[in-house]
Design a protein around this ligand. Structure first.
Ligand SMILES: Cc1cc2nc3c(=O)[nH]c(=O)nc-3n(C[C@H](O)[C@H](O)[C@H](O)COP(=O)(O)O)c2cc1C
Length: 177
């Protein structure tokens, strides 16, 4: 468990700092014990190791998707395209029917993967680390596929395309740093 020391920066300021870092946008998915699909929008993700292939995601403790993810020990990750800002907004809500309004396919491990994404990976959980209000989840990559296309970009709480053009409503969304 990484608890950390006293706060030296206000949460709003820390979020503003984190917002200066441009990222892509992903949807991380899993299935619970009843076979129901769960998922959330995430940008605190990174490739971690090539040999073995490992991928790292940082999930907020309060996320509903966290416990099914830890129980199934599986997750899928879909990299969203610039056409998918509506899906990014949908999966950033607490809506319990996210998959009703989003086209998806079921991957080889049984997790849902967002259709039309730039690429997908399916991972089995290799390690978890408790860190402040997030859990760092390290996944061993079991399958990967690449479709290509133009990515969805996230910068200063707005969805953009690679040319910097706003995609839809540019409002503050991210609750995680
Ligand atoms: C662009 C963007 C990036 C986000 N990144 C993360 C993240 O990396 N980790 C996280 O736990 N939540 C992240 N969120 C917030 C979750 O998507 C949001 O809390 C969601 O409602 C959680 O859904 P759930 O509780 O149904 O699992 C992000 C939101 C947005 C809009």
């Amino acid at each position: 468990m990484i608890a950390g020391g006293p706060a030296v920066i206000a949460p709003g300021e820390f979020r503003a700092f984190a917002g200066q870092f441009v990222t892509g946008v992903t949807v991380v998915t899993t299935r619970d014990g009843d076979g129901q699909f769960q998922g959330l929008t995430m940008n605190a993700v990174s490739a971690l190791s090539l040999t073995p292939p490992l991928y790292l995601i940082c999930v907020e403790r309060n996320a509903t998707t966290l416990s099914p993810l830890l129980e199934s020990r599986l997750f899928g990750l879909s990299i969203l395209s610039k056409e998918q800002s509506t899906i990014a907004r949908l999966f950033a809500t607490k809506n319990r029917n996210k998959f009703r309004d989003c086209p998806f396919v079921v991957g080889r491990t049984g997790v849902p993967l967002i259709a039309g994404a730039l690429g997908h990976i399916e991972c089995s959980i290799a390690q978890t680390i408790e860190a402040g209000d997030h859990i760092v989840v390290i996944g061993q990559v079991e399958h990967a596929d690449i479709k290509g296309g133009e990515p969805l970009v996230y910068f200063r709480s707005a969805f953009l395309d690679l040319g910097g053009e706003p995609l839809g409503e540019a409002r503050a969304l991210a609750e995680s740093p």
